[in-house]
Design a protein around this ligand. Structure first.
Ligand code: NAP
Length: 302
């Protein structure tokens, strides 16, 4: 379940084609190759890639990436730390934000799939301070206890997010890993240090709501701080296998050494996908939200 799918449900998604009403929803999937005309793809292989919310997907071999045989992890992990989510957080934190030792780092959506990894990557990369923003006391508790954030700001409890950010960053912010956008981004930009870097991973606050963008005034901070804001899509690197292999090897090493935690929230059944998808926008999930389809299971369990 990826929040950006909501953008494809708009008339003009900005990237990718809109999904017509009644159309099949596109999304990231993991599945088993049932039949193949490509020599290098053997039936029985487990693959991941961009497909659709459907029982079967037909596509060119280049659309899919083989998982290792035998699998080193349970399948859903390849939809999280060992798949696009791990790559997104890694690419955003190390390549786009160019994390440096000692950096003061802010991550929004800190308890979510990408955010929980991005915060840990910042810590593992030697950040001086890692602060998260998340919705609710329970999520903030997890951000600090499980994902190693130094501090987490509960944006739902605060009248003044701005003063909390100011208190959290007496020495200013060097890196923002942005998952939410809107007011959270606008306010955080005020506290940028000179030559700060903002990795714009997502702007979920604006998905389905086109009015909530960072204000022009907020973006002015990029000018006066000579800061760099760069958006990115994980798809930029998916076909650079040597790079993604190296990133996944590092993530694997962190997992096996006990340095990296990932949480999976696996729901079952095709019929409840719409309700499950909505959890991404209400925050009613824990970690990476995945739907597992299995004929042997009841059709919808929430
Ligand atoms: N650039 C890329 O290639 C790429 C790839 C994957 C994901 N992303 C982006 O990364 C972000 C996180 O995705 P994810 O898959 O890891 O999802 P996630 O963080 O696990 O789930 C989404 C979370 O966003 C928060 N949220 C939802 N609506 C919000 C709002 N209006 N204001 C503030 N917070 C809100 C909720 O957390 P709280 O309960 O804490 O509010 C919710 O749990 C999204 O923006 C997504 O589009 C980008």
């Amino acid at each position: 379940m990826d929040p950006t799918i909501r953008n494809f449900m708009d008339e003009d998604p900005g990237y990718g084609l809109p999904i017509p009403l009644g159309g099949v929803v596109r999304g990231m999937i993991i599945g088993e190759v049932m039949s193949s005309k490509a020599e290098q793809v053997v039936p029985g292989t487990m693959v991941w890639g961009f497909g659709s919310w459907s029982d079967y997907v037909v596509g060119p071999a280049r659309q899919f990436f083989a998982l290792p045989t035998p699998l080193a992890y349970d399948l859903p992990v390849y939809a999280h730390a060992m798949g696009t989510i791990g790559l997104t957080a890694y690419y955003g934190m190390f390549d786009i934000a160019a994390l440096r030792a000692g950096d003061q780092v802010l991550v929004s959506g800190a308890a979510g799939a990408v955010g929980s990894l991005a915060g840990q990557f910042a810590r593992l990369g030697g950040a001086g301070k890692v602060v998260g923003i998340a919705g609710g006391a329970e999520k903030c508790l997890r951000a600090v206890r499980d994902y190693g954030y130094d501090l987490c700001i509960d944006y739902k409890q605060l009248d003044s997010l701005s003063s909390s950010l100011k208190a959290a960053f007496p020495n200013g912010i060097d890196v923002i890993f942005e998952n939410v956008g809107g007011a959270q981004l606008s306010l955080a930009l005020q506290y940028l240090n000179k030559h700060a870097r903002v990795a714009l991973c997502g702007m979920i606050d604006g998905y389905g709501n086109h009015d909530r963008q960072p204000s022009k005034d907020a973006l002015w901070n990029l000018v006066i701080k000579s800061a760099r804001l760069e958006g990115f899509l994980v798809s930029n690197i998916l076909n650079h296998k040597h790079r993604t292999d190296a990133m996944l090897a590092q993530i694997h090493q962190w997992i096996t050494s006990g340095s990296l935690r990932y949480d999976l929230d696996v729901r079952f059944g095709f019929a409840c996908i719409p309700r499950t998808f909505d959890c991404l926008f209400s925050g009613q999930h824990r970690g990476r939200l995945v739907v597992q389809l299995d004929d042997a299971l009841p059709s919808c369990q929430l």
